[in-house]
Write a protein that binds this ligand. Structure first.
Ligand SMILES: NC(=O)c1ccc[n+]([C@@H]2O[C@H](COP(=O)([O-])OP(=O)(O)OC[C@H]3O[C@@H](n4cnc5c(N)ncnc54)[C@H](OP(=O)(O)O)[C@@H]3O)[C@@H](O)[C@H]2O)c1
Length: 250
């Protein structure tokens, strides 16, 4: 059962699992499964061997993000335990739980991770780096109005973004295997400063944005460091570079 199956990662993970011969129940509110109200969750999990959690809140307002992950993760973890699911896979983010990474979104993901770890269901938490596909949306949360117009003020720190397609294939691979009862990580091939990646993405789109690096610019609500978003230990490295991904967008 894939929850969040209509989303960016959910669609690709569901497709990959089906391509590999698995029966996939694609769940989200659009199919009558709501992790906030609990509607349809038990039914969708009936007979499921594995649940893959790929949800995101409809709004990125801090209070709503926090409330969404707190409620949805508990609803799913409890239901997975009731259903006797053998493996709960959850997509998280590299750097969750680090003291220098305490923005509201990261703290909400920490709550979500805790629900997965605490349910008693065997689990694997897949922490991914930022998707190339996410860079544009992320930048829009960094827009500042000035007297001269709008600009993007981005943390001048490193990250190691990755192609969503490679993350999806990795999540599917993890879902097909045994639970690790641990965190595994996937990032892109290159570490680069966030402002540089933002500039490259907008240049390729032909959009003129002033991108200003700032050491203390918040990342979803709190400042970060050069260490906050990059992998520390063993990591699956994607092959596609940001430039190759941009070129492939046509
Ligand atoms: N973006 C990145 O760079 C990045 C990096 C690492 C990890 N991640 C993680 O990847 C996960 C998936 O992200 P995504 O970009 O694929 O998400 P997305 O495209 O925003 O899709 C979110 C999914 O959640 C579903 N959903 C929303 N509210 C729901 C509810 N109440 N009950 C059930 N389903 C609900 C949505 O479908 P309906 O609207 O039909 O319900 C949709 O299928 C997130 O948890 C994120 O933290 C993202």
């Amino acid at each position: 059962m894939v929850i969040g199956a209509s989303g960016a990662s959910g669609t690709l993970v569901s497709d990959a699992l089906e391509k590999n011969g698995h029966e996939v129940v694609r769940a989200s509110r659009s199919t009558g499964v709501d992790l906030v109200t609990g509607e349809g969750v038990d039914d969708a999990l009936q007979g499921a061997d594995v649940v893959v959690e790929l949800t995101n809140p409809p709004s990125f307002e801090p209070e709503q993000v926090e409330a969404f992950f707190k409620v949805s993760s508990k609803t799913l973890a409890d239901a997975a335990a009731r259903a006797g699911v053998a493996h709960h896979v959850m997509l998280s983010i590299i750097g969750v739980g680090r003291p220098d990474n305490q923005g509201f979104y990261m703290r909400a993901k920490e709550v979500q991770e805790a629900a997965v770890r605490g349910s008693g269901v065997p689990f694997t938490i897949v922490r991914a780096a930022q998707f190339f596909e996410f860079i544009e949306m992320m930048s829009m949360s960094m827009v500042e109005e000035t007297a001269r117009g709008k600009k993007i003020v981005a943390p001048g720190h490193a990250f190691q973004p990755v192609a969503l397609a490679e993350v999806a294939d990795y999540v599917a691979e993890i879902a097909e295997g045994p639970a690790h009862d641990a965190v595994v990580e996937i990032a892109g091939p290159d570490r680069l400063p966030m402002p540089q990646a933002i500039r490259e993405v907008f240049q390729a789109k032909g959009e003129q944005w002033e991108v200003e690096p700032a050491e203390d610019a918040p990342y979803f609500g709190a400042p970060i460091t050069d260490d906050s978003l990059v992998p520390h230990g063993d990591v699956r490295r994607g092959a596609q570079t940001l430039r190759e991904w941009i070129a492939a967008q046509g």
